[in-house]
Design a protein around this ligand. Structure first.
Ligand code: ARG
Length: 589
């Protein structure tokens, strides 16, 4: 379906042309004076220069022409030369009806040229517990992925596990101390390794911090860990077998955690999957003359003349021949190019890693790892801070683990839900979980991703104001009216949305009519916060309409059925949006 703004622009364009003016002046925008009009065109002001006349002469003439159009209820030419437009109620209602006919997409068209897009998000580090920093990547990446899919693109989410590097060597070293009897360390062993992992997830989660602390105090321990890491990387069989156990146990646990967040990934690849691509990549870079030795390390220059700050060379191999985070990301791009030939690769990562990605992207383009026209995009997000404006911590000052945070917010929500009325505890617990997720996700996504924000559990869980629970409350309110209507034995199936009977009803329809434009814009700008802003406005418009209208007491059956249809449309729009944000609404709350 064509966007409302485009339809209006089309009509105004016709009028400009009919009056003998260039169509480039027929630019229409949403009104910045909603008290006066709904849409406006200020083109006459600019056109006046070209046609050497007063702007209002132009706006008057165009207004006369536009008055013949059925699209508008009123067209005002206002000095010095504004065109103030108010849509006709009939026209708006017919737009609502067309939206409603397209049940699943409400008139939002899919992209004409679907792209293949890989989104790299989540990025948890294996064997280390998920902390709140990983939360943002998961929440934002998941939403961008869903929006992209809704717009008809092929979007592939890759969790890109941090499963390579010193943390693995540390775990192996600690395991050797604790369980020296295991078969994995015997270099002469040629048989099969046990299928069962020699540790549980809780053990693993405790092993890593212990080993990490030890390595900071004990030089010999640290060296052992580094040696284990490079032996693992060189392919030592027993260590490889341990790595797959570590991966299996961690991934099972991670999947459970992400499931609770309503986050899922198409690909469970990690840094270790990129390793086989490294040797050939390095050879090629040397052969092509891109990589050279500098201070013992192998580097590729990526600075550009126009740079205003220094961009250091990309280090491909350290002096001891070990690969780095950069090496892995470059090799991962080779793998992605080979498997998917993506049009775009988007990285949803902490914005403090920006320089790393500038280097990786430039190096990948320069050395031909990805074609020139592949779009590599870094979507850096800000820090989640506590109420004191500092990075979020536990009450005791420790790193806040994701599980802890979820537990706190679930409990808070449970209290709220059970505080005023008696509800079945099981039911309340389920509802609390659903609503709590909306509080966390909306609290995060309603901010522009690149900004830092304050995690304020009291504000996020409030049922009023710009919050997830407020949006859910609105949806639940609509559901309950629809249920009452059905319980009364009525059906609006054959009814249509009627021209608005009141200002508040029209205002609701105007919000609804922006649906497809908002969606396209949120996709283009990779900006879930635009969806949040939209559903907040839409919920406000609905609640205003609801308070001013006696829906259930309406005596005219056709009018009432029309309201019900409008409620259904509002509910669909809200539900599509919250699904793209990654949460859902309960039946009651
Ligand atoms: N594991 C990394 C971290 O925790 C994030 C990975 C981001 N993705 C990437 N392709 N580098 O910092």
């Amino acid at each position: 379906m064509e966007k409302m703004l485009d339809l209006i622009t089309g009509e105004v364009t016709k009028a400009f042309i009919a009056c003998g003016y260039d169509e480039k002046y027929a630019r229409v925008t949403l009104s910045n004076r909603p008290d006066l009009c709904e849409y406006q065109c200020n083109g006459a002001l600019a056109a006046a220069k070209e046609y050497h006349c007063a702007p209002f002469m132009i706006s008057d003439k165009v207004a006369e022409e536009l008055k013949q159009s059925e699209m508008f209820e009123s067209v005002d030419s206002v000095k010095p030369g504004f065109l103030n437009l108010i849509l006709s109620k009939e026209y708006l209602a017919s737009y609502m009806q067309s939206m409603q006919k397209d049940e699943e997409r409400l008139g939002c068209e899919k992209a004409k040229n679907p792209k293949t897009i890989i989104i790299d998000y989540g990025g948890p580090n294996v064997a280390k517990p998920l902390h709140v920093g990983h939360l943002r990547s998961a929440i934002i990446g998941e939403s961008i992925k869903r929006i992209g899919k809704f717009m008809g693109h092929e979007v592939i989410g890759d969790v890109h596990l941090g499963d390579w590097g010193l943390q693995m060597g540390l775990i192996i070293t600690e395991l050797r101390e604790r369980k020296p009897e295991l078969v994995y360390y015997d270099e002469n062993y040629t048989g099969e390794y046990p299928k069962e992992a020699p540790f549980t997830i809780s053990e693993l989660e405790e092993i890593y911090p212990t080993a990490s602390a030890k390595s900071k105090e004990d030089e010999a321990y640290k060296e052992a860990a580094m040696k284990a890491t490079s032996e693992l990387q060189a392919g030592r069989r027993g260590y490889q077998a341990l790595l797959s156990h570590i991966l299996n146990v961690s991934v099972t646990d991670l999947k459970k955690n992400y499931e609770n967040l309503n986050v899922s990934f198409e690909l469970w690849k990690g840094e270790s999957d990129a390793q086989p691509y490294i040797p050939d990549m390095v050879e090629q870079m040397k052969k092509d003359g891109f990589a050279y030795m500098s201070d013992g390390a192998l580097v590729v220059d990526v600075a550009k003349e126009e740079d205003t700050k220094e961009i250091p060379p990309c280090i491909i191999l350290k002096s001891d021949g070990a690969s780095l985070y950069t090496t892995t990301d470059l090799a991962t791009l080779i793998m992605r190019e080979q498997d998917y030939h993506p049009d775009e690769v988007i990285y949803v990562v902490d914005k403090r890693q920006e320089l790393h990605f500038v280097q990786v992207f430039r190096c990948a383009k320069k050395t031909g790892i990805v074609p020139e026209d592949t779009k590599l995009e870094f979507l850096g997000f800000g820090t989640m801070n506590g109420k004191d404006g500092k990075p979020f911590k536990t009450r005791e000052g420790g790193v806040m683990r994701l599980e802890m945070l979820m537990k706190n917010i679930n409990e808070k929500m449970y209290e709220k839900i059970t505080e005023n009325h008696t509800v079945d505890p099981n039911e309340a617990e389920k509802t609390a979980k659903i609503v709590a997720l909306s509080a966390i996700k909306y609290g995060d996504l309603s901010n522009q991703a690149s900004k830092d924000y304050i995690f304020d559990i009291d504000r996020f869980t409030s049922f009023e104001g710009n919050t997830g629970p407020y949006i859910l409350y609105t949806i639940v309110r609509i559901k309950s009216i629809l249920a009452k209507y059905a319980e009364a034995g009525k059906s609006a199936k054959d009814a249509v949305i009627q021209p608005a009977h009141s200002d508040s009803e029209k205002a609701l329809m105007l919000e609804l009519s922006k649906f497809n434009a908002v969606m396209e814009n949120a996709y283009e700008e990779k900006a879930p916060h635009k969806l949040c802003a939209y559903i907040y406005d839409l919920s406000n418009a609905f609640n205003h309409f609801y308070h001013e209208t006696k829906i259930m007491a309406e005596e005219d059956a056709a009018v009432q059925a029309g309201y019900i249809r409008l409620l259904e449309l509002t509910k669909s729009a809200l539900e599509i949006c919250i699904d793209l944000l990654g949460f859902e609404a309960p039946e009651k709350m």
